[in-house]
Write a protein that binds this ligand. Structure first.
Ligand SMILES: NC(=O)c1ccc[n+]([C@@H]2O[C@H](COP(=O)([O-])OP(=O)(O)OC[C@H]3O[C@@H](n4cnc5c(N)ncnc54)[C@H](OP(=O)(O)O)[C@@H]3O)[C@@H](O)[C@H]2O)c1
Length: 443
């Protein structure tokens, strides 16, 4: 592994293909024999530091259409929090199911799960049938894993019947020194970013792009008022940028003044601190309070000069969904990709049908959408929102930060990269955008 790292750092990328691939590598895992370790605890008290382990694992055999990548840096996504607390189900169930599909997919069904759905690194080897990528290429990977053997996914690969999220529903993820991906997950690494910056937008950037911008999601247009929950968080920090970059008007919802300040730094002007306003959309576990929806809607109108949101960018789920449906403009769209606070949503359907609103489900992104989202990063039109970077062995703490909502934007992880700040090729483009790139740093 050291020889590979030395070659990358010495910029001898042509040599990578002739260096032996190590038989083992270090990766962050959860263990199948520990899935019951948090039984009886509230979600909040389940500690990823206890369930995530840094193990030496065997390098998987390379199959057709695949690539092995030397991972320089990765990032924490909420799916790693879900895996590490074994909620809502253990991800070993996904690996077992995938393993039943074919002898190749059987490689993924192991008593350990190497997690992580983002990476920036260098291609080590490609399998048979891969022509667009070669050893030594500097890449990032999106996390859509598809088989595409059936007809369903051929208009939109997210609709493939065998669609999975790499590093969550498959093994050999990115929080490791080596990762196994399909070659159609690879995209060029943005040249003006460090390894850890380049690794951080991936999953959330692509997801927010499909959810908000793509015709498969809300199809945002200029002038749209876009209500964004968690506007400085993983998804929200990209949704806010897409809204501003696309000529829309974001209304950013955050939970404290620091986060409000970050939104202002991104260029947003309309911001609501949900903690300061003290919204209580639920009177008790089963009853919502429509007066609180109204109070929220009034506040939005105060900021927008009387307009309601054309689009609500939803992911908190149960706690906010009733309010989201209520405040959306007549004919507007609630686009949802998650249910962090609970997936059994409740809303008053009268406001939906009488006002011709639409609820659109959105999940990750297809290769084309991921490519377009990555292109915006590479051109310096959208910027990484990296706030902090941890060493690979401290991934548990990094995941705890995200679990506790104690982070800003994205939390990075150094894998093979020995320190932050490496991997930049286009210094001119970097200099042009350096303030925007560092906006979330140390907040
Ligand atoms: N389907 C997909 O493809 C996909 C992709 C990415 C993520 N997700 C899911 O989307 C969710 C968010 O991911 P993320 O990366 O953006 O996480 P994140 O970085 O933790 O950001 C989420 C933000 O939402 C806000 N929030 C959390 N709970 C809330 C609540 N009860 N009410 C109102 N706001 C709340 C918080 O912001 P404030 O405290 O500032 O309000 C938080 O920072 C997760 O459940 C994740 O699994 C799904």
């Amino acid at each position: 592994m050291q020889k590979i790292l030395d070659a990358i750092q010495a910029d001898e990328l042509d040599a990578i293909g002739s260096l032996p691939v190590p038989e083992h590598y270090r990766g962050m895992t959860v263990h199948a024999d520990e899935v019951g370790m948090f039984e009886g605890l509230a979600s909040r008290d389940k500690d990823p530091r206890k369930s995530l382990h840094l193990d030496e694992v065997a390098t998987p055999e390379l199959g057709p259409g695949e690539a092995l990548v030397a991972v320089m840096a990765s990032a924490i996504n909420y799916n790693t929090v879900w895996t590490s607390i074994f909620e809502p189900v253990s991800t070993f169930k996904f690996l077992e199911r995938y393993g039943r599909m074919s002898p190749l997919s059987k490689r993924h069904d192991l008593p350990y799960h190497v997690v992580g759905s983002d990476l920036a690194g260098v291609v080590l080897r490609t399998g048979p049938g891969v022509h667009n990528w070669k050893p030594g290429d500097e890449v990032v990977a999106h996390c859509l894993n598809v088989e595409l053997e059936g007809p369903d996914g051929h208009n939109d690969t997210m609709l493939d019947t065998e669609q999975r999220i790499w590093g969550f529903e498959t093994n050999f993820g990115g929080l490791a020194e080596v990762a196994l991906v399909k070659s159609n997950q690879l995209m060029p690494k943005p040249a003006h970013l460090t390894w850890e910056e380049a690794a951080s937008p991936g999953l959330v950037n692509s997801t927010a792009y499909r959810q908000l911008v793509s015709q498969n999601g809300a199809g945002m247009k200029q002038g749209d008022v876009v209500l964004i929950w968690g506007a400085s968080g993983g998804l929200g920090s990209y949704a806010t940028q897409f809204a501003l970059n696309g000529g829309a008007i974001p209304v950013c919802i955050v939970s404290n003044q620091e986060k409000a300040e970050i939104c202002r730094k991104m260029g947003a002007e309309l911001i609501i601190d949900r903690s300061a306003e003290g919204y209580k959309f639920w009177k008790d576990e089963n009853t919502q309070d429509p007066r609180e929806w109204q109070r929220f809607g009034k506040k939005i109108r105060e900021l927008t000069g009387g307009e309601d949101p054309d689009i609500v960018f939803e992911h908190p789920g149960r706690e906010t969904f009733g309010a989201s449906v209520y405040v959306t403009r007549k004919g507007g769209t609630i686009v949802t990709c998650a249910s962090t606070s609970g997936y059994m949503h409740q809303y008053d359907n009268r406001y939906l049908w009488m006002n011709l609103k639409r609820i659109v489900g959105s999940h990750f992104a297809n290769y084309r959408e991921s490519w377009e989202a990555n292109r915006l990063i590479a051109k310096g039109l959208i910027h990484p929102t990296l706030s902090k970077t941890y060493a690979l062995e401290d991934t548990g703490q990094a995941a705890l930060d995200v679990h506790r909502n104690a982070h800003q934007g994205k939390v990075g992880v150094l894998c093979l990269a020995p320190e932050e700040g490496l991997g930049v090729r286009d210094h001119e483009l970097r200099a042009k955008h350096i303030d925007a790139i560092n906006r979330f740093r140390g907040v």
